[in-house]
Design a protein around this ligand. Structure first.
Ligand SMILES: [Zn+2]
Ligand SMILES: [Zn+2]
Length: 434
């Protein structure tokens, strides 16, 4: 199993040209020779390519493949048979209760992003063994074929609605990128440019060659953004895989991923004694659910049948979904969504706070949003009517911010200092899904 293993990317330092090896999930490039630190940004998604074998003089065509990785949850309707024996009259009553079950798995897949039945439909395991490069890092490398975003959407849609109705897949993507695999044409055959072996195209090589020649080019290159705070100009620190960077100087947070820095709201649930506190980031999501009353915490108490007395305070407390803003295995991820969403929201959050140790944000907000339906299903106490309700529920994100929660190390675990929930430290080490 190579689940969770990331591939590596070879990239030169944009300042001094030194060779640097990046991990697929890295967003910050730091050069140890010239100390340059830049943020790697893309307008939409990252594009990498597998370098062809050396010494080929033919034109290289790069075939696009989607690479998608993340958490996957299946919401399924399940029959629960209840048999009741009545000993006095000696007959049994069998009743079926329909309930809802959520199962999860880790998801790591790649598939061809061209409308062709003949080209290999997946990359196989090659990327893990190879060092990839960013598309655009070498202009003369060959022709990169434009990929099809609709194929990805179709794939996700097919995946999400299997049978319609209740059987539903929720997919929380951690990585979506395009990987290009090289081929070339010679002697009326199409060759794999890495192995220098002909592809098995069922004698339709010439047809494929025509497709390659007439296909549209993909022009793209990665952007290097200087890691300077747009507000105060200070250097922005951050772990290499951080999607969001925090300014120590003016206490702001920024999302540079779409080529410019977008401000991200954040606040912290501050622990008075700050020594040895690590703050873990969670997305706080204000979500509008069409046709489902979940506006206040009092609504949640009712829906989830929480052991809390209804009070005026709860009817005035807005309801938020919470989800980890970092990678976790599927079972833990959902458990944290549930735990924090059902806990009464803290009322002593502070915004202007110089947080020292922050675990990097590695899950974007739009992916965290996908967890709302799961959290709702998982928290709903009476699941009987959910089956009919689910297909029509519509979630709209109205507002989001990061909330930093305080954790303290205690015997191999991080423990939430306010709520007492433990977080397994191994689960936090990213990329380990074993
Ligand atoms: Zn350098
Ligand atoms: Zn600043």
């Amino acid at each position: 199993m190579v689940n969770g293993s990331n591939f590596q990317i070879e990239q030169q330092c944009p300042q001094c040209g030194a060779p640097i090896i990046l991990d697929e999930a890295d967003r910050i490039l730091s050069c140890k020779f010239c100390r340059t630190r830049v943020y790697l940004a893309a307008e939409d998604i990252f594009r990498f390519y597998i370098p062809p074998a050396e010494g080929l003089s033919e034109t290289i065509y790069f075939i696009p493949y989607w690479r998608i990785k993340g958490l996957s949850y299946t919401i399924k309707e399940k029959d629960m048979n209840r048999e009741r024996q009545n000993s006095l009259f000696s007959y049994s009553i069998s009743s079926t209760i329909r309930t809802i079950d959520i199962s999860n798995k880790y998801f790591d897949i790649n598939f061809l992003s061209l409308d062709s039945k003949l080209l290999p439909h997946s990359l196989g395991l090659r990327p893990q063994a190879m060092k990839l490069k960013f598309v655009g890092s070498n202009e003369s490398e060959g022709k990169f074929l434009k990929f099809s975003p609709t194929l990805r959407d179709n794939f996700i849609n097919d995946y999400q609605t299997r049978t319609g109705g209740i059987h539903k897949e929720i997919f929380i993507g951690e990585t979506a990128s395009v990987i290009y695999s090289p081929v070339y044409c010679a002697n009326n055959r199409v060759y794999d440019a890495l192995l220098k072996k002909p592809l098995d195209l069922q004698k339709r090589d010439v047809e494929i060659e025509q497709t390659l020649i007439s296909a549209t080019d993909e022009k793209w290159h990665v952007e290097f953004l200087p890691l300077l705070c747009p507000d105060c100009g200070a250097d922005l620190p951050g772990e290499k895989d951080a999607l969001i960077v925090f300014c120590d100087n003016c206490h702001t947070a920024w999302n540079p991923s779409n080529k410019n820095f977008i401000r991200v709201k954040y606040c912290a649930w501050r622990e008075a004694k700050d020594d040895n506190i690590t703050y873990l980031p969670f997305w706080q999501l204000k979500v509008k659910i069409a046709g489902f009353p979940l506006e206040t915490y009092a609504d949640l108490i009712k829906v989830a049948n929480l052991p809390k007395a209804p009070s005026d305070k709860w009817t005035e407390t807005p309801f938020y979904f919470f989800a980890p803003a970092f990678k976790l295995n599927p079972a833990l991820f959902l458990r944290w969504c549930r735990q924090l969403t059902s806990a009464p929201p803290p009322n002593d959050l502070i915004a202007d706070f110089p947080v020292k140790k922050i675990h990097p944000v590695t899950l974007p907000v739009n992916e965290a949003l996908e967890s709302s339906l799961l959290t709702l299903v998982s928290l709903t106490a009476d699941k009987r009517n959910l089956a009919e309700l689910l297909p029509s529920l519509n979630f709209t994100l109205e507002d989001s911010s990061l909330v930093l929660h305080p954790f303290k190390v205690s015997t191999g675990e991080l423990v939430h200092t306010k709520l007492g929930f433990p977080m397994d430290m191994n689960a936090l080490n990213m990329g380990t899904y074993l």
